[in-house]
Design a binder for this molecule. Structure first.
Ligand code: FES
Ligand code: FES
Length: 159
């Protein structure tokens, strides 16, 4: 058992007696209550559990909580709020980039990472960037449209 501290969405959490086998996804969901992070496959395949760790997207089911000691983490709850969606979230709503919503937190976190690093991402870049996130409902077209639109709005261009 180990004591760790992590910063999640700008707030520091000190967690005592963390089991070495505890996954970061379980720490976020079960210990800290950030249930916006979804868990699908738990094998690094679906991308539903994607969060930002020190500014890079990461699959939280493939990281141990103890490996995140000292890290800055952003979950989907850190992007915006229901009253004040961020640009990417608002474009998912605008373009209906979701159906059941299970994949959506991971799509948003992957998209956020992509747009921070590649603000002028093309459709090809977006599709490549999303290739590790699986969606069983949408056919991806509207997700790509949402990210394309968010990229344009962030660049202050017309979508
Ligand atoms: S739950 Fe982590 S990649 Fe599927
Ligand atoms: S919206 Fe259902 S899995 Fe993507």
């Amino acid at each position: 058992m180990t004591d760790i501290s992590v910063t999640v969405n700008g707030k520091r959490y000190d967690v005592s007696d963390v089991e070495p086998r505890l996954l970061l996804s379980d720490l976020l969901r079960d210990t800290l209550g950030f249930t916006g992070t979804h868990v699908g496959c738990e094998h690094g395949v679906c991308g539903a559990c994607t969060v930002l760790v020190n500014g890079d997207s990461a699959r939280s089911c493939l990281m141990l909580a103890v490996q995140a000691n000292g890290a800055e983490i952003v979950t989907v709850e850190g992007l915006g709020s229901p009253e004040q969606l961020n640009v990417l979230q608002s474009q998912f709503r605008e373009h209906h980039g979701l159906q059941c919503g299970f994949c959506t937190p991971g799509m948003l976190m992957t998209g956020e990472d992509m747009l921070r690093k590649y603000p002028l991402a093309t459709d090809e870049d977006i599709r490549e960037g999303l290739s590790g996130n699986l969606c069983r409902c949408t056919g991806y077209q509207n997700i790509v449209a949402a990210i394309r639109s968010a990229a344009a709005l962030r660049s202050e261009k017309k979508p």
